[in-house]
Design a protein around this ligand. Structure first.
Ligand code: GAP
Length: 433
């Protein structure tokens, strides 16, 4: 884990938030390579979930909502974690995380830790809106991105041609006042989620069918993007572990350096959200089937993945040390840069000119890096560390024969490819799934 954290800082994936001011616990900033990786993860997700399906549409709802929405969804009352306080040093820790309790008790060495009784701590982050001091409206930054989808259920129905079963997808920031942020970005106070709310007929058989469907579909997505099978598993929630809205819940877990940990969740939310929003808003949130004329409150099968957690686990899974070489074996679709272009020697204008031309042509369609510092070995090393799948070197033969050396990140093998074939070569490598 330390190696991954250090690589993230060194190569511009992830920096501590507001670092020059001593940081802000539970916040992280993505650097140039990290921002590209994050965007690629979200783009791949959106393509698979929205663009390639007929039964899904996307929305992008506001982060700030009328606070009644959070009462309706049960978050004001029940979006809590159990908190205990150490009577010796007043540290606050989650009572449901035995490993954190144990670590804390060990840190006091000989003194015996006494804990307060657990109390419910609400995770919603408050903010204040309005221009008149004392009359400001207290609102919540969204603790999950879900509410913005459910409150638009009727708007989506009336503005599109969707029919049940169908889903609404969204990607966006969420905020939680986590008691103990930690394990790098794994538990942060500001993070991003990618979610689908899939509305179905309220029927046990339908519920089971779609719950199983989405479990399988989501697992396959991570496998297709190269996460090792042995590092993934499903973990069902026991009834007392489920969130207040869930009838059933399963996590996809990743075998991380800090143990099996939740990657994402699949939740059977029943009619919890739509019926509560109907009750609190007074607006009819039922589905009126235009064909059968049935009227019902649909059930919702939700998939909810953390963008930051996905990124962290993709990074950990891709990290490899081969001899002296550190290489990130990211799926080419996720890799920040698809290729890097180098002139063999930076002080030979003809090489630089041709390399620049190739770089300029390729970047019309792909994210491509340019490097002319140091020697070729160092440049390969730097690109391996950020997971660039192909390095293209322009040498003296290129000037005469019109071809270049293409070096494969994973095998370190090199082949000569005609310059005019480069675009097709990259397209082929990046196509599929
Ligand atoms: N809408 C359902 C929901 O939010 P959740 O299990 O609380 O369910 C879903 O969160 C996903 O969001 C998690 O599996 C995780 O990937 C991500 N997530 C939740 N809390 C997080 C945190 N504090 N930091 C980073 N990611 C988090």
């Amino acid at each position: 884990m330390e190696k991954v954290v250090s690589l993230c800082k060194r190569r511009g994936f992830i920096f501590p938030g507001s670092e020059i001011y001593g940081g802000l616990t539970g916040t992280w900033d993505y650097g140039p390579a990290g921002a590209l990786l994050k965007k690629n993860i979200k783009d791949e997700w959106w393509r698979a979930i929205v663009e390639k399906r007929d039964d899904m549409v996307g929305v992008d709802a506001a982060i700030m909502m009328n606070p009644k929405a959070w009462e309706a969804s049960g978050h004001v009352e029940a979006f809590t974690d159990p908190l205990v306080e150490c009577k010796l040093c007043h540290s606050r820790i989650r009572a449901d995380k035995p490993e954190e309790i144990e670590t804390h008790e060990k840190s006091h060495k000989k003194e015996k830790v006494v804990w307060t009784e657990p109390r419910k701590f609400n995770l919603l982050v408050k903010a204040y809106l309005g221009v008149v001091e004392g009359e400001q409206l207290e609102i919540f930054l969204r603790g999950e991105i879900t509410n913005g989808v459910h409150v638009n259920f009727k708007n989506v129905l009336s503005s599109t041609r969707v029919r049940i079963p169908f889903g609404i997808a969204q990607i966006g920031k969420a905020f939680r006042n986590e008691i103990t942020p930690g394990n790098f970005t794994f538990r942060s106070r500001e993070f991003e989620q990618m979610e689908t709310q899939f509305y179905i007929k309220p029927d046990e058989k339908e519920g089971k069918k779609w719950f199983e469907y989405w479990k399988k579909e989501r697992m396959e997505w991570y496998l297709k993007l190269g996460v090792k099978k042995e590092n993934l598993r499903f973990k069902d929630h026991a009834p007392d572990e489920r969130a207040h809205y869930a009838k059933a819940a399963t996590d996809i877990e990743y075998q991380s350096p800090f143990g099996w940990a939740e990657f994402m969740g699949i939740h059977h939310r029943g009619d919890w959200d739509l019926s509560r929003h109907e009750k609190f808003s007074g607006v009819d949130m039922k589905y009126h089937d235009p064909d059968t004329k049935e009227v019902y409150t649909p059930w919702d099968i939700e998939t909810s993945a953390g963008v930051d957690r996905s990124l962290l686990f993709f990074l950990i899974d891709a990290y490899a040390k081969e001899g002296e070489r550190v290489v990130l074996k990211l799926h080419p679709k996720l890799a920040p840069y698809k290729a890097a272009v180098f002139p063999l020697l930076a002080n030979k204008p003809q090489l630089v000119e041709l390399a620049r031309k190739i770089y300029g042509d390729l970047r019309k369609n792909f994210m491509v890096a340019w490097d002319e510092r140091g020697n070729i070995g160092k440049r390969y090393y730097a690109q391996d560390e950020i997971g660039t799948p192909y390095c293209i070197t322009v040498d003296f033969d290129s000037l005469e024969k019109g071809d270049v050396t293409v070096r494969d990140r994973d095998t370190a093998k090199q082949e000569r490819i005609a310059i005019k074939e480069l675009e097709d070569f990259l397209k082929k490598k990046l196509s599929g799934s």
